[in-house]
Structures are given as structure tokens and as C-alpha cells.
Design a binder for this molecule. Structure first.
Ligand code: FES
Length: 168
């Protein structure tokens, strides 16, 4: 196994901070936090990320990979600059969630788990975000929650992302 990736000191410190929350014999409990820290730096969970996290936590790489592929907050392949996750669980579907999802797909010209050719947007469907009363609900780059996403609000959000993407 050859690892070419080198995580930054900041990311390694973040992982170490999370590992320190658990007794040494249970440091594998930090696997989710470690994957998030590495993904924040790298953008996705590559095989190098899997192997580095496995090394740090003394876990088999396959066990780390199982965590990364089970939860949809981990990007198991490279994604666009803006990751848009729309909740498609039933409560949201019953309150215009499906309409918003269809509009996003049509507007971006991509399906779920796809990235626009320009690399700006990746669209994913997500599980309940605990804000069913605010449907349609979206999450941008795993951090920014957007509620009541009408077509107009989706248009505004996409335009904001496009503008932000151009300056960064
Ligand atoms: S079902 Fe969509 S936020 Fe709960």
C-alpha cells in the first residue's frame, strides 16, 4: 500500500483532538470525526484518506471504508465546488420536496450523485435533516441549511453559489 497523500498539520491535529476524547483502547470511536476532518481538507474520502485514517486509528482499512460508504455525508468520489443535498424523505416529499428535487435536476441538468460538467455543483439526496416542517430542505457543503426551498429560492441559491465560485 503506497500512500501519496499528506494531510496538513491542522487536519492531523484535529484528528488527534478527536482521538483524545476516547480511551486509547477505544480510539476507533473517532473514525467518523477523523473522516470528516480529512474530507474537509481533501474534499472527498479517497483511498489514501481511508488508509491514513486506518493507520492513525489502528483499524483495518476495510472497516474505515465501511463507515465512509455507509453514511452519505462522506464523499466517496470527487465532488463539485458546491455539494447540494436535498432531503427526499417522506415528510419532505409530501411538502414539495419532490418538486424541488425535480427542479434542481432539471435546472442543473444532472441527476443525483452527479456533478455538473463545469464542476460547480454536485447533487445528492439526503436523509431527514430534522427540519421536516421547513420542507423543502437543502444542505450546502454539509454545513449551510436552507429551508422552504421554492423554485425562486433555489434559483437565488444557485446564482449565489455561481457568483461565489467565480471569485474564489
Ligand atoms: S424528512 Fe426532510 S427534513 Fe425531515
Amino acid at each position: 500500500m503506497t500512500i501519496t497523500l499528506q494531510l496538513s498539520d491542522k487536519t492531523l491535529a484535529d484528528i488527534a483532538r478527536n482521538v483524545a476524547k476516547y480511551p486509547p483502547e477505544q480510539k476507533q470511536s473517532a473514525v467518523m470525526a477523523a473522516l470528516i476532518a480529512a474530507q474537509t481538507e481533501v474534499g472527498w474520502v479517497s483511498s489514501d484518506v481511508i488508509n491514513i485514517v486506518a493507520d492513525i486509528l489502528d483499524m483495518p482499512a476495510i472497516a474505515v471504508d465501511e463507515v465512509a460508504t455507509f453514511y452519505n455525508m462522506y464523499n466517496t468520489k470527487p465532488i463539485g465546488q458546491f455539494k447540494l443535498v436535498i432531503c427526499t424523505n417522506l415528510p419532505c416529499q409530501l411538502t414539495h420536496g419532490e418538486t424541488a428535487a425535480t427542479y434542481l435536476k432539471e435546472t442543473l441538468g444532472i441527476g443525483f450523485n452527479e456533478t455538473t460538467p463545469c464542476g460547480t455543483f454536485t447533487l445528492k439526496e439526503g436523509e431527514c435533516m430534522g427540519a421536516c416542517g421547513d420542507s423543502p430542505v437543502m444542505l450546502v457543503n454539509d454545513k449551510r441549511m436552507c429551508s422552504f426551498m421554492s423554485k425562486e429560492k433555489i434559483d437565488a441559491l444557485l446564482n449565489e453559489c455561481r457568483a461565489e465560485g467565480k471569485v474564489s
